[in-house]
Design a protein around this ligand. Structure first.
Ligand SMILES: [Zn+2]
Length: 220
C-alpha cells in the first residue's frame, strides 16, 4: 500500500534538507523522486534552490515525464528520464536520490573505483558500487549509462558527475548515500596519511557474502 501523497511530500522535503545541509548537493543541483502509485512519481522540480523547497513544490509526473500536478511553470528535473529508467528496471524500489557528493565525485575524477575494501559497512550494507562512464547530464546517454548497472546495484556513481541511490524508501537511499560519501572521505584522509591497508581478503569475502544474504532476504 502506498503512503499518502502528503506524507511522501513531507519525507521528500525532509530528506532534501538533510542532503543539502550535509553538502551532498550544491544549490539547486541533484534531484529526488518517489513512487507515488503505479503510474505517478513525486519529483523535485528543476531549478529550485533545494533549501528553500516547501511541501507543495514537488511535482507529480507520469511515465512520460508529463506534469500532472504542479505549480504553474514548474518542470521536471532534467534527469527525470534517468529516474524513470530506474523505476522501470527496478519495480522493487520506490525512491531515487541523485546527488553530487564531492568526495565520491572526486574519486571518479581521479579514476579510482569506489573502495569497498576499507571499512566493513560498505560490503555489508551497500555492496559493490560501480561507476557509470561519463555522460552529459540530462541526455539519453546518461539514461543508458545507468540502465544496465541499476539492474544489479542499488547504488551507482556517475563519472565526473554524481551518485544515484535507489531504495525501497527514501531514507534507505539517504543512508546509502551518506555511507558512500563517508567511505570516500575516509579513503581521501587515509591516502593523505600513508599507504592504504585493505581489510584481509577472507574478511572482504565474508562481508560480501553477509551483505548479499542480507539484501536477498530484504528483497523477499
Ligand atoms: Zn546531477
Amino acid at each position: 500500500m502506498y503512503a499518502s501523497e502528503y506524507q511522501l511530500r513531507q519525507e521528500l522535503i525532509r530528506v532534501t534538507r538533510i542532503v543539502t545541509e550535509q553538502g551532498l548537493v550544491c544549490s539547486s543541483d541533484g534531484n529526488i523522486s518517489m513512487r507515488l502509485d503505479d503510474n505517478h512519481f513525486l519529483m523535485t522540480p528543476t531549478g529550485l534552490y533545494k533549501m528553500g523547497m516547501a511541501t507543495e513544490d514537488p511535482i507529480v509526473v507520469n511515465w512520460e515525464g508529463g506534469v500532472v500536478k504542479g505549480k504553474p511553470g514548474y518542470q521536471p528535473t532534467s534527469e527525470f528520464k534517468m529516474h524513470l529508467e530506474v523505476y522501470r528496471q527496478r519495480p522493487d524500489l520506490n525512491a531515487v536520490l541523485h546527488a553530487h557528493p564531492p568526495y565520491c565525485i572526486a574519486l571518479t575524477v581521479a579514476n579510482i573505483p569506489f573502495p569497498t575494501m576499507l571499512v566493513p559497512e560498505v560490503l555489508m550494507a551497500i555492496g559493490e558500487v560501480p561507476t557509470a562512464p561519463y555522460a552529459r547530464p540530462g541526455t539519453a546517454d546518461l539514461v543508458s549509462s545507468v540502465s544496465d548497472l541499476i539492474v544489479d546495484h542499488d547504488s551507482i556513481l556517475l563519472s565526473h558527475h554524481g551518485s544515484v541511490n535507489a531504495s525501497e524508501t527514501l531514507e534507505g537511499a539517504l543512508i546509502a548515500l551518506e555511507r558512500m560519501e563517508h567511505t570516500a572521505k575516509i579513503y581521501y584522509l587515509a591516502s593523505s596519511m600513508g599507504e592504504l591497508v585493505p581489510l584481509p581478503a577472507d574478511e572482504i569475502q565474508a562481508l560480501k557474502t553477509m551483505g548479499e544474504t542480507r539484501r536477498d532476504k530484504a528483497a523477499i
